[in-house]
Design a protein around this ligand. Structure first.
Ligand SMILES: Cc1cc2nc3c(=O)[nH]c(=O)nc-3n(C[C@H](O)[C@H](O)[C@H](O)COP(=O)(O)OP(=O)(O)OC[C@H]3O[C@@H](n4cnc5c(N)ncnc54)[C@H](O)[C@@H]3O)c2cc1C
Length: 432
């Protein structure tokens, strides 16, 4: 019997488990560890609460977790409770699927002022991540700015713009719903260093902005190249750009405005003890398509600034790490040690991108670790003994089900669940 351990229960971890199960059948056991007793990573803590259909992908992961060769082991933080070296002793291969949970910094003066938050923090706050439950973003000013031109920036802007009514059917956490309901924000400026042709926003997410109850997107037609220039764009991007162009025809007669400010590079954040404005420099594209400053500067008022410019992985002791992710070659870090998902590639791609990624690494493992073999390694029984000896109490899939059922039973009308937002509350449900 072979024993494999996957560290991280997000999409990448689950697709890899599914692939290993297919490759080895009943000749292997796969343990999926997570630092939290609740699985699914960014499906729970990242994907927007008003995009419930996307979150339904977790049903597929449920099936994997329920299959006889796979176990979910929660409440275990690798690098803190147990080392990678210890896991390598216990398992035939260790696969790091720890995602990329930290915000990249802008690297400009003033970004540590109160009122500037990273998108991981803001998204975590409205999605019930225990580390960000107390974020309390400043919503009492009339202006906010979101820095970034990807889908996460759009998520943040849309969540700031929606009415309480528009969150019906979502699983946004109660504390965020109440705070957003009382928000004074009326203008949300979305800052991008380059232009409409360089966005990383997909048509579905952009399209939604044109149909909000109390908010309307605003674009400046002069920011767009002639319409013929859209022709050579890849079809998805061409559609996104067409949607953006269409925003120019919308009536501005709604109380909230989402202003796309292209060719705008943040230079510094200013304010007296807290953020009040961002100073930006107008840019143009150089020959290579990069943003080049023109020297013209102006200020964008904002008492809340959300940076959405990418993420980096958490280093783990003794695992080579560079450029915000684990150093790997096609997923292989070292003998019997692999990385998948955002921990392997960095923070790009959709949920589905992690599937071929996990399958590819599982194939490599299958080639390197034949099903029939020494079978010396202990796997889960050794892991549990080790954890017990250092006072760590792991949870299992049934525990997660108990937490989930309790969350569903606490849901407000029309919402699929009311999430617990503190680690201790999860453990309390389990009587720990
Ligand atoms: C705000 C946001 C919104 C998104 N929305 C969409 C969307 O609408 N559609 C879409 O297709 N994609 C979306 N994505 C992208 C998608 O979420 C990612 O592609 C995917 O989650 C990456 O999977 P992963 O398994 O690599 O990482 P993650 O999902 O981050 O999973 C990592 C897991 O590892 C665990 N972990 C971390 N460190 C440790 C440790 N030391 N020990 C034990 N466990 C650990 C974490 O708790 C987590 O469960 C979004 C991403 C973000 C950030």
């Amino acid at each position: 019997m072979r024993h494999f351990v996957i560290v991280g229960s997000g999409p990448a971890g689950f697709y890899t488990a599914e692939a290993l199960e297919k490759a080895y059948g009943d000749q292997a056991r796969v343990d999926i560890l997570d630092r939290y007793p609740v699985p699914y990573g960014l499906i729970r803590f990242g994907v927007a609460p008003d995009h419930q259909s996307l979150k339904a992908v977790s049903k597929r992961y449920d099936k994997v977790a329920e299959s006889p060769g796979v176990d979910f082991i929660g409440n275990v933080s690798v690098g803190r409770d147990i080392s990678v070296a210890e896991l390598l002793d216990l398992y035939d291969a260790v696969i790091l699927a720890t995602g990329a949970p930290h915000d990249r910094k802008l690297g400009i003066p003033g970004e540590d002022l109160p009122g500037v938050v990273g998108s991981a923090e803001f998204v975590g706050w409205y999605n019930g991540h225990p580390e960000f439950a107390d974020l309390d973003p400043f919503l009492n000013g009339t202006h906010a700015a979101v820095v970034g031109n990807g889908n996460v920036a759009l998520d943040c802007a849309r969540i700031l713009a929606k009415t309480r009514h528009e969150f019906e059917g979502s699983d946004i956490v109660g504390h965020a719903l109440d705070a957003l309901d009382h928000s004074a924000i009326r203008t949300i400026t979305i800052l991008g260093r380059r232009g409409p042709h360089q966005i990383a926003m997909t048509p579905k997410e952009l399209g939604e902005l044109g149909h909000l109850e109390a908010a309307v997107p605003v674009v400046e037609p002069a920011d767009f190249p002639p319409v013929e220039a859209d022709e050579p764009l890849e079809p998805g991007l061409r559609k996104s750009v067409a949607l953006l162009r269409g925003f120019a025809d919308l009536s501005q007669d709604k109380p909230k405005h989402m202003v796309f400010d292209f060719f705008a590079k943040p230079l510094r954040v200013e304010g007296d003890g807290k953020v009040e404005r961002i100073i930006v420099e107008r840019t143009e594209l150089d020959e290579k398509g990069s943003a080049r400053g023109t020297g013209e500067t102006y200020e964008v008022p904002a008492s809340l600034v959300i940076t959405a410019i990418g993420y980096s992985t958490s280093p783990i002791p003794d695992v080579p790490f560079e450029g915000g992710k684990f150093v790997n070659e096609s997923g292989r870090i070292a003998d019997r040690l692999y990385a998948v998902g955002w921990a392997r590639r960095g923070p790009s791609g959709t949920i589905g991108t992690n599937r071929p990624d996990g399958y590819e690494v599982a194939e490599q493992i299958a080639a390197a670790v034949p099903a029939e073999g020494s079978g010396d390694r202990e796997g889960a029984s050794g892991l549990k003994r080790l954890l017990e000896s250092c006072g760590v109490m792991p949870t299992d899939y049934d525990d997660w089900r108990k937490i989930e059922q309790t969350e569903v039973s606490r849901a407000r009308p029309g919402s699929p669940r009311e999430k617990f937002v503190r680690h201790k509350d999860w453990l309390q449900v389990l009587g720990r």
